[in-house]
Design a protein around this ligand. Sequence first.
Ligand code: GCU
Length: 340
Amino acid sequence: MKTFRKPLAAVLCVLLLLPALSGCSAGDKRIIRIGHNQATDHPTNIALLAFEEFIESKLGDKYDVEVYPSELLGSQTDMVQLTQTGAIDFCVASNSILETFSSNYTMFNLPYLFSSSEAYHAAMDDPEVADPIFESTKQAGFEAVTWIDAGTRNFYTVDTPINSPDDLKGLKIRVQQSPTNVTMMSLLGGSATPMGFGEVYTALQSKVIDGAENNELALTSNGHGDVCKFYSYDMHQMIPDILIGNCSFLDGLSEEERAIFEEGFKLVNTVEREEWGAAVEAAKDRAANEQGVTFLYPDVQPFQDICTPMHQDLIDTIPELAPIYERIQELNAEYASAEQ
Ligand code: GCU
């Protein structure tokens, strides 16, 4: 299924068709709305449906959870703003776009931050690393309640195989709307073209861009592999998705309810992680065999060497992030040999 950018008017129509938003109820139940931008077969949607089932099994007399996939409630940026104001209660946002709401999120957007996916998972699970970042948007009206694996981001292009950073020169590559991603792309030599996820398929098809960068599921679940024939494992980022919740809603829960919701948030994380590995394998298989995508395995070092100065730049700009960065380095050392 391809995800297309919903014109704002269409999004507004969906919202208007919903009963009055914040605090709205079906009968005497409080409806909890969760928006995300993935297709219905994506691990994120599967995990959120597990959350819906769990909350309704425990608190179904009071809450009715509704999951809206495929940008039905707007782009990620729209949904973050809706969550911020309490128009909806939760949404899934890429960590990338959250850096414009709190610069602490820049940490997880750094290219080549983690030495392996084990180190990445350990860091995201470590409250010493995650809490100061997850709580940093409370003043803005929302907070992170759990993280969701979104694999490793790599470059893919319509017709140019990327074997080294030189191959990116002169190419227009879609990046997420985040200053870090624009900087990374410029350092690597390509021309960064920031846009929302739902616009990428059409931009590739109409050759407005030459390529993009994402995990393997974008090829299949979003149809990008129908247009892009080369996917190159330069492994530049492991950027989590973040489930964010409106603070007024969360703070309004009783202690008992909050404990149940916390269990539900953990469930989102575990179910999605259980689904992720198989989903990536299935996507690779389909991309290679049905869409005709060639997978390339370039030497990662030249890409990494160009990007790593960004780490020190961030610490120089936001020195308070230094302890978190140090902790990540400890985990990188501990889990370094597990992969690569
Ligand atoms: C991944 C990620 C999404 C994000 C998308 C993007 O698919 O899971 O949250 O929106 O990348 O590149 O925008």
